[in-house]
Design a protein around this ligand. Structure first.
Ligand code: ADP
Ligand code: MG
Length: 399
């Protein structure tokens, strides 16, 4: 990956110019009926504000575009960015014109386009189809700024093709995210400890593979730990298990760097009033699901983290969204946060992943207690896997 990407200063004076900003506004919404949904975590919207504000302050007209969820290339009220426009306006203390028609043209100095994924060209595998939609977007502005770190791993029209059609630059958020990820991959201070959790081990095998040579220890919790426990010969009851990955887990365990939980919280159902039990990893009862790491594992992970100078944490330790299974995530988050320090001392602590970032906020751990909370889950993992990210590669070609 190029050492640095072109920034917005390459445009010179943007006063009176129109700038298309691709932001990551893919926030979680609650389950209320269409048109009444509210945002349950506005972290990504807040993270997008500084770049938009900087351009507005410099006198530019700004058109923001973004996606929300995975609509099927057609308008779907469930995935409307309408609630996001309102929140963005509150944060910027300005009116945001909401442009519903995907081919519509903004009339005011600050506009948000409706979900780019309502347009089939956005995610199309066909270059011409994507290109046609990118042409529409390019017609809206003089310059393009990619500030959607969470989407840079996608070869989509509003991320990739658009940057071949307008003078393009990386936004502040993308630059900041890359600066931190570079610190993790190029000469991290040691000990370097990575904590991984989340649901699917198959999502994380590539990143484990790529990180193992660099890290000193890798702590594994969350739903993915059960495939590792099975690889060690433990019964895992009805816990998440990917049998086809057991062999791969066994191979990774041979590195000697992995640390697994010693106890887990089990229950039959994922409910707020679930009856839970803490059991050792060699005593998971048949018919129960492991839904969080247990208190002894939190202590074990905290001990393994002691003295770390660099920490990357991705993936909750349990089903933190449901109270009886949140303690493991909260405990590990506290242990990581306690290591952060000012520039004079303490560890660089980085949280990656949408759900992990949401957990930090939801469990009141305090975002400010971490060195960096990445807005991009998939993107930061793919970066750490060493993959080329199309949205960044296309910007690098510009410099
Ligand atoms: P991130 O978005 O931070 O990268 P993931 O998407 O990989 O994290 O995983 C988050 C999901 O993993 C959460 O919704 C959480 O409920 C789920 N999860 C964590 N532990 C378990 C478990 N033991 N069983 C089932 N799901 C789990
Ligand atoms: Mg996730």
């Amino acid at each position: 990956m190029a050492a640095s990407l072109p920034g917005v200063d390459r445009f010179g004076d943007v006063g009176g110019k129109r700038v298309l900003v691709r932001s990551d506004l893919n926030v979680p919404l609650d389950g209320a009926p269409d048109g009444q949904r509210s945002i349950t975590d506005d972290g990504r919207i807040r993270a997008s504000v500084p770049q938009i504000r900087q351009l507005l302050d410099a006198g530019a007209d700004v058109v923001v575009c973004a996606h929300l969820g995975r609509p099927k290339g057609a308008p779907d009220p469930k995935y409307s960015l309408h609630p996001v426009a309102a929140r963005l306006g509150e944060l910027l203390e300005r009116d945001v014109e909401f442009v519903e028609d995907p081919d519509g043209t903004p009339k005011t100095g600050l506009a948000l386009l409706e979900n780019v994924r309502f347009h089939p060209g956005e995610t199309s595998k066909d270059d011409a189809e994507r290109g046609a939609y990118a042409d529409v977007l390019a017609g809206l502005a003089d310059f393009y700024v990619d500030d959607a770190f969470g989407a840079v791993h996608r070869k989509h029209a509003s991320v990739y093709d658009i940057a071949q059609r307008l003078p393009a630059a990386a936004g502040q958020l993308v630059e900041r995210e890359l600066e931190v990820l570079r610190q993790l991959t190029e000469s991290p201070q040691r000990p370097y400890v990575v904590v991984l959790g989340g649901s699917k081990v198959s999502d994380k095998l590539a990143v484990i593979d790529n990180l193992l040579p660099t890290v000193d220890r890798l702590l594994v919790g969350g739903g993915m730990c059960f495939t590792f426990l099975a690889a060690l010969g433990h019964e895992v009851g009805d816990s998440l298990l990917e049998t086809e990955q057991i062999e791969a887990c066994r191979r990774l365990l041979a590195s000697g760097k992995l640390v697994l939980p010693s106890d887990v919280v089990v229950a039959t159902d994922i409910t707020e009033d679930a009856e839970t039990q803490v059991v050792g990893i060699d005593a998971i009862p048949a018919g129960r699901k492991g839904l969080d790491i247990g208190p002894a594992s939190v202590d074990l992970f905290a001990r393994e983290l002691t003295g770390a100078r660099t920490v990357f944490w991705n993936g909750p330790m349990g089903v933190f969204e449901v109270a009886p299974f949140a303690a493991g995530t909260k405990g590990v988050a506290e242990a990581v946060a306690a290591l952060s320090g000012d520039s004079a001392g303490g560890a660089l602590t980085v949280v990656g992943g949408g759900d992990s970032a949401a957990a930090v906020r939801r469990l009141d751990v305090g975002e400010e207690r971490f060195g960096h909370i990445s807005t991009g889950g998939g993107a930061s993992l793919e970066y750490l896997e060493g993959k080329t990210l199309p949205g960044l590669a296309v910007l690098a070609e510009q410099s």
